[in-house]
Design a protein around this ligand. Structure first.
Ligand code: AMP
Length: 393
């Protein structure tokens, strides 16, 4: 079966065409600047990258161009070969606890959460509608970033604010990166041959979050009402004292939106290092002795370590810690820095096992109290698998 996994943004659309059950990527690509001047797209197939420049007035034009591209490049012979389309949807609120088959009614229900994810959900829905138009007889499935986290209990997901804010406004922790944490949890459970594992899953990339999972159920996660909370990230601050917002507004004569924008886009590794949000640039600066780059990495690693210690306590002792995403999979330096900061938990890095990128491997010593595994994430595959499963129902 051939399944398309789709991630639609407001002016972009990312796709991966996956053959199942072989789990083989047939083609992938990205449409950019949709609805803007200079729109273009790339399709990767059999190791070659094909670049096309074409006016893409909206997502429907991008989907039509994708269908045409798949046929022109002979990736498929006919659109009938596409058996399903899975869509990443950022926010499913409290309602969507698992992936669902999409239709007009369900889309209406999802759009109720647009206010909670104004940059993402409307764009995700636009993508779905474009595919419904192009492939009317093909199953469309929604896979939510928030769904995996809906097992959290009130004690964890509530903020200690007036309870009515939760009841009337939906103010609570939702958590994000759920598809990645769910995939990693599935992988490590399969690898260790157990489904009752207590896992601390660290997704550390440009966006970063940590999730405490017990027997496949999320107990707590670091992101919150929005993806700004929790860990320090590439450009996001992570947890702060909310009172600094009015203080900075007054001092710098900024609006609330401008301060929140700075917390999202000018903070984190970028804000502290002053060098870059990209950890490769920060690591290069560290090698040159840049003090603020050293501080930025130290802060980043310390926050990850602190969350791990907290979640180890919450889980009553974790069985395994997993590292994934850009830094978790690739940054040898960051992995070392984090593990050295959780030695009080009896976690011991084996440096001879840490010298690799992008593989599924254990990096701790045999006598480490908690093993640490690097588990490459694959949200597209998870989306495709959910789509396949729902297509069988
Ligand atoms: P993601 O958001 O998961 O794509 O992760 C992006 C982050 O991973 C960026 O900060 C990258 O610099 C980082 N990253 C990717 N490859 C490496 C690498 N080889 N060494 C260090 N950091 C890396």
């Amino acid at each position: 079966m051939k399944i398309l996994a789709i991630n639609a943004g407001s002016s972009s659309l990312k796709f991966t065409l996956i053959e199942l059950p072989e789990e083989k990527v047939l083609a992938s690509g990205l449409f950019e600047k949709i609805g803007m001047a200079g729109s273009f797209y790339t399709i990767k197939y059999q190791g070659e990258k094909h670049v096309f420049e074409k006016e893409l007035k909206d997502h429907s034009y991008a989907v039509d161009a994708l269908m045409q591209g798949l046929i022109d490049l002979k990736i498929i012979n006919s659109l009938d070969e596409i058996d399903g389309v899975g869509h990443r949807i950022v926010h499913g609120g409290q309602k969507f606890t698992e992936s669902v088959i999409l239709n007009d009614e369900v889309l209406e229900e999802i759009s109720a959460y647009n206010e909670l994810a104004p940059l993402h959900n409307p764009a995700n829905i636009m993508g779905v509608k474009a595919f419904m138009k192009a492939l009317p007889r093909v199953i469309q499935v929604g896979v939510f970033d928030t769904a995996f986290h809906t097992t959290m209990k009130e004690r964890e997901f509530l903020y200690a604010v007036p309870y009515e804010w939760y009841q009337d406004l939906g103010v609570r922790k939702y958590g994000f990166h759920g598809t990645s944490h769910r995939f990693v949890n599935k992988e490590i459970c399969e690898k260790l041959g157990r489904d009752d594992l207590k896992v601390i899953s660290c997704h550390i990339g440009n966006g970063a979050s940590i999730t405490a999972i017990d027997g496949g159920k999320v107990v707590d996660t670091s992101m919150g009402f929005t993806p700004l909370a929790g860990l320090m990230m590439g450009t996001r601050s992570g947890d702060i004292d909310a009172s600094l917002i009015p203080y900075v507004m007054n001092k710098l004569n900024l609006t609330c939106e401008e301060v929140v924008n700075d917390l999202n886009k000018k903070s984190g590794l970028l804000g502290i290092s002053g060098v870059s949000s990209d950890s490769r640039d920060v690591e290069d600066a560290i090698k040159e002795g840049n003090e603020r780059a050293i501080l930025a990495q130290d802060m980043y690693a310390q926050r990850v370590a602190n969350y791990i210690a907290m979640y180890n306590n919450l889980l009553g002792g974790a069985d395994v810690i997993t590292l994934t995403a850009g830094l978790g999979e690739n940054s040898i330096m960051m992995r070392e820095a984090i593990i050295n900061k959780i030695s009080s938990l009896g976690v011991k890095l084996d440096p001879s096992k840490n010298d690799f990128r992008g593989e599924f491997r254990c990096i701790t010593t045999d006598d480490s109290k908690i093993p640490v595994w690097v588990v490459p994430t694959n949200e597209e595959l998870m989306i495709a698998l959910d789509t396949l499963n729902l297509s069988k129902k």
